[in-house]
Design a protein. Structure first.
Length: 271
């Protein structure tokens, strides 16, 4: 009897030498490729995940809204992300964070309704705010007490380089209307602006839309900030990291399941 045996395919093998298994062959080919791809997915995921947070740290400032003066857009206690901008980037309709000594020298959140040169007045016959004689549709005030743009009538001309600001909760907001007798008729300088609110992150994360009512005025409304792309990078990176990390355990479980089935077939004589 010779020292070698014949395999099913005519291949010789020495006594005690096991034939390569299907699982072993798969590990050399597809298994190795899968490991490389899973490692690449984790690496790319880490770049996206960390890059998204780093981008956010550069572009945005976190704030906690102190009062309900911007209800229903943002409410007291909401945690918001505000994009760092300069005053000359502000457009009508923006919700901004600003600090002004005449307003208490504390960060405040209000909506810009007028820029330098605008004549802001309230109210027209339909109880709407007007800017340079153009009535502005403001859906965020409809659910407020009275449902009007202002509970008191006013008109103001905004000096160059200044902003006129109102809260969305017009019945209780202490805003430019309270400071109409101050120099500048209640407006604040562009330099007082620290950031523009783009999103509420807690609770019930949501974006702050640009109001269409101001879009027809000269200069239009501001472009949306990069918060969507930042969030997509973080979510996509998380998915890649979890998917890549799961590949190894899943592949090993599938390999053990296949070996168990083959062993069971051999022991029962099933081919």
């Amino acid at each position: 009897m010779s020292g070698t045996g014949r395999t099913e395919a005519g291949r010789t093998e020495s006594p005690g030498q096991a034939a390569p298994t299907e699982a072993g062959r798969g590990t050399d080919g597809h298994g190795r490729l899968g490991s490389v791809l899973s490692g690449l997915a984790v690496a790319v995921g880490c770049v996206l995940f960390l890059g998204g947070f780093a981008w956010g740290a550069v572009e945005y400032l976190p704030y906690t809204v102190p009062t309900d003066s911007m209800d229903p857009t943002v409410r007291a206690g909401d945690r918001v992300l505000a994009q760092r901008i300069s005053g000359d980037e502000v457009r009508r309709g923006d919700v901004v964070v600003f600090t002004d000594a005449d307003w208490g020298d504390l960060p405040m959140v209000k909506r810009v309704v007028g820029v330098g040169g605008d004549k802001v007045a309230c109210c027209d016959k339909d109880l709407r705010l007007t800017v340079n004689g153009t009535p502005i549709q403001e859906p965020y005030v409809r659910g407020m007490l009275g449902g009007t743009a202002s509970m008191t009538e006013f008109d103001a001309t905004v000096p160059a380089g200044q902003l006129f600001l109102l809260g969305d909760e017009r019945s209780g907001s202490l805003d430019s209307r309270v400071h109409l007798q101050d120099p500048g008729q209640g407006s604040v300088p562009l330099s007082a602006v620290d950031a523009r609110v783009d999103a509420v992150v807690w609770p019930l994360g949501r974006l702050i839309d640009r109001p269409e009512g101001f879009a027809a005025l000269p200069g239009g409304v501001s472009e949306a900030g990069p918060v969507r792309l930042m969030a997509a990078a973080i979510v996509g990176g998380t998915a890649l990291i979890l998917g890549g990390a799961a590949y190894g355990p899943v592949a090993r479980w599938l390999s053990r399941s296949r070996r168990a089935r083959r062993t069971g077939e051999v022991s029962t004589g099933v081919r």
